[in-house]
Design a protein around this ligand. Structure first.
Ligand code: NAP
Ligand code: GLV
Length: 306
């Protein structure tokens, strides 16, 4: 039985090292140099080339290297009986919370503007108490971000699929409550998983429900956002700007208009990057569970797509 790492777009070295440190006798293979595909039962994966899992007849589990699993389930060739797991990690949540706080602070204190202006030109700024941050997606990361913002005196609302009670957060759920959620949101943060229901959710109709001058932060996935709609709503002045960490095409092409729009801040998918060291114990725990025929942890619901 072997353990396969597939990490076509990220260097797998950190994972190999962390796995070997925790379990030196692990029979580890790194794609594409796989001696015997029929021995592979567990794959740890990030953005695998579609269709390759057909070559692994005894594969039972695909573990995502990150919180999102859209990069796995968008491959139509993955048999339904294969279990898919995701990462839940305190450090990943902390990194995301700090990152979103930093983006909001940059926005309300005009920091990027001042760094770039090279002029002594004080601007008016907003205070956290004056801002309502609306978080779309009140899962592991959304709740972590909410807690961080509340500690920093922001007003926080959250929107999810099912009803939630979260201390200090005004919560909304389902399509029926989306408009109410949006109507008083000054800073909208997207932390939804990418599913057939949430793809393109950040579109013109949704932006129109936000108050004039609202700011949009997307730290979830590129396909949540209809890019032309964002550009149009910024150009019209309905939105004051956006901070984007994720894109339909990554790396963001050099000639993409987001790079040169002075109302849009671009970061290269760095909001929260999994640290192999902190996550390897939960991955190996699931590997052992699989070997012992036990229930796995952090399994995603293939029907819900997250
Ligand atoms: P999660 O725990 O699964 O939470 C997802 C949340 O979204 C839940 O609250 C869920 O509602 C809500 N949701 C799902 N579908 C919905 C719908 N149709 N309408 C309304 N709400 C819906 O996920 P997470 O761990 O917080 O991660 C969220 C996403 O962040 C990941 O999927 C990934 O794409 C992204 N991410 C990005 C980075 C980065 O560096 N930029 C890093 C890590 C993760 P319920 O609670 O009612 O189920
Ligand atoms: C990163 O984007 C993740 O899903 O963990």
């Amino acid at each position: 039985m072997s353990f396969l790492i597939i990490s076509s777009q990220r260097d797998p070295k950190g994972w190999v090292q962390a796995l070997k440190e925790k379990q030196p006798d692990l029979d580890l293979e790194v794609y594409p140099d796989v001696a015997d595909p029929s021995k592979v039962e567990f794959a740890l994966s990030w953005k695998h080339p579609h269709g390759i899992f057909k070559d692994y007849p005894n594969l039972k589990v695909i573990a995502s290297m990150g919180a999102g699993i859209d990069h796995i389930i968008e491959d139509p060739d993955i048999p339904k009986n294969i279990k898919i797991t995701r990462v839940i990690d305190e450090q990943l949540t902390r990194d995301m919370s700090v990152f979103v706080l930093a983006l909001i602070m940059d926005y309300i204190r005009n920091l990027s503007f001042h760094y770039c202006s090279k002029e002594w030109k004080p601007t008016k700024y907003l205070r956290p108490e004056e801002i309502q941050v609306g978080i779309m997606g009140m899962g592991i990361l959304g709740v972590g971000v909410a807690e961080k913002l509340i500690r920093n005196k922001f007003h926080v609302t959250g929107w999810s699929r099912t009803k939630k009670e979260i201390l200090g957060v005004t919560t909304f759920h389902g399509d029926n409550e989306l408009n109410n959620f949006l109507s008083e949101t000054n800073v909208l943060v997207c932390l939804l998983p990418l599913t057939s229901e949430t793809e393109n959710i950040l579109n013109k109709q949704l932006f129109e429900k936000l108050p004039e001058g609202a700011y949009v932060i997307n730290v979830a996935r590129g396909p949540h956002l209809v890019e032309e709609d964002l550009l149009e709503m910024i150009q019209k002045g309905h939105l004051s700007g956006a901070a984007l960490d994720v894109f339909r095409k990554e790396p963001l092409p050099e000639d993409h208009p987001f790079w040169t729009n002075d109302k849009i801040r671009v970061t290269p998918h760095i909001a929260s990057v999994t640290n192999p060291k902190t996550v390897v114990p939960q991955i190996l725990d699931n590997y052992r569970r699989m070997q012992d025929g036990k229930e796995l942890e952090k399994v995603v619901d293939r029907e819900k797509e997250y």
